[in-house]
Design a protein around this ligand. Structure first.
Ligand code: KG4
Ligand code: ZN
Length: 360
């Protein structure tokens, strides 16, 4: 008898349609394929993700992604032993498309179905990529998420803090927009910032004066807007150097806030095995360097999974599904799609809902 298990993961909670095949054997797992179809082009004209457009695109593309993932894995669909699917939190139309597709597949193949929390997918990724042992600290920073999670098990998360308004990626995107830089904003702001002086504009470090690990990025974006308007009023326009200086100041402020709040999140937790990051903003090099230093100052390894597994993908859903399945959990055909699904059921819900949907 073998404990080999081949699991197909599906993700469709925001603006990426993704499928992945993961093969687990013993304690190890091999990612056989992971495909993602993004929708940036479909939403570009609207300044944010349009839920109806996203849902339709997911419904159209899910079958195709499954076909591609299975083909790239070099297996037959009939070899799949279980289906894992994001059942929330996210934009309800997209989540529903994924859950319906997964139910059809599970029923057709006669295999178990596992509903996965999207945030658990992100939070458990360091175990897939680096085999990190529980408990560890996870900082999720993307266009839709921003929270510190203490991860004690596949279904044991404690949220130590999070944003009370915008997610950092959202702030990067808005800052790029108001400075006339291309989307997605993160990479263009990082590139411009490399030529800038972070000290020319004094931007706030929101909520550092407040205890705990909650964060706020909305006021920072407004401060950039005011500084831009002041430059335009004074000079009659913006030069490239002004843009670079503003980007550098903004990036430094985000870096300082995330570093200080990480320090606080790590404090008083001597049992942690590592400090991990995930989400698109974790691609930011100056931020990574700063967070790596914070981890080192606590004598902890810093874990940053490769970017394709940090941003939205289905490999993380397959892995989280595998962890849940091994812990004895699976779902029936009554699995519900949940727009909101906080990982930590004890901490109070966060306020704020950004362009990428509800922040659980
Ligand atoms: O995780 P992700 O691909 O999607 C979700 O939000 O779920 O993250 C996308 C976000 C965007 O807001 C993008 O501007 C930001 O991550 N981002 C970055 C960088 N690369 C992507 N932010 C800062 N620096 C970067 N290099
Ligand atoms: Zn995500």
């Amino acid at each position: 008898m073998t404990d080999r298990l081949t699991i197909l993961g599906l993700e469709s909670s925001c603006d990426d349609t993704a499928a992945a095949v993961l093969r687990a054997e013993g304690n190890g797992a091999e990612l056989l394929s992971s495909v993602v179809s993004g929708q940036t082009d479909l939403h570009a004209a609207y300044g944010g993700v349009v839920p109806e457009i996203a849902a339709r695109a997911h419904a159209e593309r899910l079958d195709l992604m499954v076909e591609q993932a299975v083909a790239q894995a070099g297996i037959y669909l009939s070899e799949v032993d279980a289906i894992a699917v994001t059942a929330g939190p996210g934009l309800i139309g997209g989540v529903l498309s994924g859950v319906m597709c997964a139910k059809g597949l599970a029923m057709g193949l006669g295999v178990p179905l596992v509903g996965v929390n999207h945030l658990a997918g992100h939070a458990l990724t360091p175990r897939l990529t680096d085999g990190v042992a529980f408990p560890y600290l996870m900082l999720l920073v993307s266009g839709g998420h921003c929270q510190f999670l203490r991860v004690d098990g596949p279904d044991a998360f404690t949220r130590l803090g999070g944003t009370i308004d915008d997610a950092p990626g959202e702030a990067f995107d808005k800052v790029a927009k108001l400075l006339g830089l291309p989307q997605p904003g993160g990479p263009s702001v990082e590139q411009a910032a490399a030529q800038g002086n972070p000290l020319r504009f004094a931007l706030p470090r929101p909520l550092l004066d407040r205890q705990g690990c909650d964060m706020s990025f909305s006021g920072l974006k407004t401060a950039v807007l005011r500084a831009r308007d002041a430059v335009v009023a004074e000079q009659g326009g913006m030069r490239e150097q002004d843009r670079a200086d503003l980007c550098a100041a903004f990036q430094a402020a985000v870096r300082d806030v995330l570093s200080e709040k990480s320090r606080r999140a790590l404090a008083g937790q001597p049992d942690l095995t590592g400090f991990a990051v995930a989400g698109g903003v974790a691609a930011n090099q100056p931020l990574r360097t700063a967070l790596e230093k914070v981890a080192a100052s606590h004598d902890l390894p810093f874990i940053a999974p490769p970017l394709r597994l940090c941003t939205d993908n289905a490999a993380m859903i397959a892995w989280a599904g595998l962890e849940a399945f091994r812990a004895g959990r699976s779902d029936g055909m009554d699995l519900a799609a949940r727009p909101r699904w906080p990982l930590d059921r004890t901490s109070p819900a966060l306020i704020g809902s950004g362009k990428k949907g509800a922040k659980a």
